[in-house]
Design a protein around this ligand. Sequence first.
Ligand SMILES: Nc1ncnc2c1ncn2[C@@H]1O[C@H](COP(=O)(O)OP(=O)(O)OP(=O)(O)O)[C@@H](O)[C@H]1O
Length: 666
Amino acid sequence: MVQFVLPPPSSPSPSPSPSTNSIRIGNRLNRHLQNVIILVSLVYLLVIRCESLSPEEEEREKNALLEFKSSLENGDMVLGNWNNPPRCPCPHVGSGSPRTSWTGVICNNGNVWGIQLDNMKLSGEINVDSLQQLGQLRSLSLMNNNFQGPFPEFRKLRSLKALYICTNKFSGDIDDDAFLGMSSLKKVHLAYNEFSGDIPKSLASSTSLTELRIENNQFMGPIPDFPHTLIIFNVSNNHLQGPIPPFLNEITDASSFTGNDELCGPPISSVCDETGASYNPYSTTDETHKKMSMLTVIVMIISALLAITAIATLFMLYLLGKSRIDHMRDYSEGSSFSTCTSPGGSLILTEQQLDSKKPPSIVGAQGKLTFLKEDGPRFDLNDLLRASAEVLGYGSFGSAYKAVMMDGQALVVKRFRQMSNCGKEEFHEHMRTLGRLSHPNLLPLTAYYYRKEEKLLVFNFLHNGSLQRQLHGKHTTEKLELNWPTRLKIIKGVAKGMAYLYKELPNLLVPHGNLKSSNVLVDNSMQPLLMDYTLLPVVNVEHAQNMMVAYKAPEYIKDGRISKKLDVWSLGILILETMTGKLPANSLAQGQPSKYGSELGKWVESIQGEAVEEVFDKEMKDKENAQGQMVKLIKIGLECCEVDVEKRPEMEDVANKIQQLDERDN
Ligand SMILES: Nc1ncnc2c1ncn2[C@@H]1O[C@H](COP(=O)(O)OP(=O)(O)OP(=O)(O)O)[C@@H](O)[C@H]1O
């Protein structure tokens, strides 16, 4: 709790001496000043007290989170900074000072408002009872983890507005009353799990529901009548049956229903017979054929008789051919981007197409793309929406898709969900700044799209993917040879790109902000290209603090200190990761203090002298007669990971040192 010292009460002032006017003025000024100080202090006290929690409340939230963490199997490893300083989940360092909350904890007015622990390989029990202690919890996101078992009792979290548990291994039927009483629930994403049974009735009667995504499960039975508040809806790839409620046809397209053989009615092409069962007019083997009514059979016989003349036969063939094409088009244009990854990995997997006629349910795009370079290919949003798309993965800010255009050009579309606080003008201005940047080691921004609720950035696709994939990905034919000269080339390129950003954007305190191996792409000549750079000015602050690697530096975690050295820290980690082939742990060094604050730095530091060979990635070849240079690079990496910010070098110096390294010892 912040404490304020009010100025002591003024002692009775001596009666003014007639000879000292200036002293009187001084006294009056003094009194004014004191009054102002008291007033400001009171206002400050009031404002801060409004924002802060009582110590009891703070303790309760903290304990609830720690209890939640302890029920996770690998919670201690992944959520290392929970319970380290800052010792409360949503600390108030003081007015105007940056605030750091615990990893994945989103705070609002000092309370825990959201928990976002996506892509963390978490498993174990979800202790809903502990989360229940968080009175202000509105959003829970545990996507792309390894949770399994039945649907947890989330309904105890009565005030929850958003629940995202896509891409886990939850299974079994969900009780009909699983969502009972959750009257604020707006967004429910359960896709890519193994849920079965009927869609729970209590979900269908949630009157605030705007988004429902349950695709790629094993739900069965009919689609109930959902409230007309829905905007986003996807039930594809389940075993649902019967007619599609007409209202859903108005808000979404066929893609949201594909993969359910027994659904019928618009917008899909299977029609419902009078019992409400589906039959596919184009299928000859379909079970539903058997259910066709007598009337339909008679009509078909009459049609067949009428077709005996040559002209009628030709005419019928023409119609049949045309309707087949329409049917196929419905399928090929019908689906939309998926934001849930399929289970099994980060690189995904679905080949989908977008409907050119209706705006797809998620992108909901209107308006145009803005291009940032005079030259270069042009396309419009419709081309992009029509392109075949594949989900590349989830990042900290949203999802990334690969879109292949009709002419074969491959692009990456990144949807940014965490920029809602950024105004239109601010956003355009920043995009123009990004457009002016040009360097061989920066991935240029090709185009962008702005709408208050939807921001897309478009880049060229690089076939080799990221440095992270090349270093730690599976051994496939696509994996490139990362020998010592190549690794040095990559680090040199990264350092050049960083030095350029620092030079071009002198006013930004953190010019990159998110330098890590998944944000370094590798082109065909093994040149690195930085991506996701310079986004801090447009990303929502609290989200940036939770997700961006710059904020993982020890000085920020400890004191909320922000400086140009944050990116230097990230560069150090990247160098150590590239040379050792080891994934850097998320957390700072635990246990014995180390001058190299990260676990990786500490490990490298621990291997001294003779054993230095042990540090280098075993898979790194072609390192004969280069040990001296390699050790130099490791040392530069360690210097960048200095906990003491004053001792950590400037970006320019690091970049220069790296450029002086050779492939071989001289
Ligand atoms: N232009 C691109 N070409 C090829 N692969 C890309 C491109 N852009 C992104 N990717 C890959 O797509 C995946 C998802 O990218 P995204 O930027 O959304 O997440 P990330 O880099 O893993 O995390 P973060 O958002 O924190 O940077 C990553 O594996 C990334 O390397």
